[in-house]
Write a protein that binds this ligand. Structure first.
Ligand SMILES: [Zn+2]
Length: 226
């Protein structure tokens, strides 16, 4: 069986969707691209999450032809492939209809940087793309037109797409966008959230993306000499 590691990684990320409450029934899907062959491993179509295994993930080529797999690939495969074919840096794609983020999508609202967590993770407004029909290349086209440098995009009256330089990074963005959307929605019930100033957004993003997790960032103690 080909791409065993990537199959396992994509299967685990798919299983993380229900674990994080991002999907229901068979909705939602994750894919990952193999940097060497360019082949994409994606969730099969119409299979319940508890029936997914690394072995029943489907391997497709850049045109969507099944290279290995007994089941059909996810019905969102064309959208995933459109992203991969237009973004060489992207190695993982996640799609969900997670409730809070999709509520913003339902009304066509982007999520501005109201919280340091949004600045940390996204560094800018999480955009909402226009409505696009499901199945063909329309969704992929609209994602490419509207996503900019964001790792996440809300798609009007549909749901969420996230991208990353790895499957794990795309999954992280999917989990974080839902968490942020939930908090912002709550905030909107009790007041009007304010956007952070640009310099605060940039400072938080820079700190979190470049230094977070290091000794220096967690303690404030410089490890550099001199
Ligand atoms: Zn969808």
């Amino acid at each position: 069986m080909m791409l065993e590691e990537l199959r396992k990684e994509v299967w685990q990320a798919n299983m993380a969707l229900p674990e994080h409450g991002l999907v229901t029934w068979t909705s939602g899907n994750v894919s990952g691209r193999d940097p060497e062959t360019g082949l994409v491993v994606i969730k099969p179509s119409g299979v319940m999450f508890n029936e997914l295994t690394p072995e029943n993930m489907v391997v497709v080529d850049a045109e969507g032809m099944v290279v290995e797999g007994d089941l059909g690939p996810s019905s969102d495969t064309a959208s995933h492939l459109y992203i991969y074919n237009h973004r060489p840096d992207v190695m993982g794609v996640v799609h969900t209809h997670s409730n809070y983020a999709t509520a913003f999508a339902a009304v066509g609202k982007s999520i501005p940087v109201y919280l340091t967590a949004i600045a940390d993770e996204f560094g800018a407004t999480i955009p909402c793309g226009g409505y696009a029909g499901i199945g063909g290349e329309e969704i992929g086209e609209e994602i490419m037109r509207s996503i900019g440098n964001s790792p996440a995009i809300l798609m009007k009256q549909h749901g969420v797409f996230t991208i990353g330089k790895s499957v794990k990074k795309a999954l992280q963005a999917a989990v974080m966008v839902e968490d942020i959307a939930k908090t912002v929605w709550m905030a909107m019930q009790i007041g009007e959230p304010e956007e952070l100033p640009v310099e605060e957004i940039d400072a938080n993003y820079d700190r979190y993306q470049h230094r977070y997790g290091t000794f220096e960032a967690s303690t404030g103690i410089s490890t550099k000499e001199g």
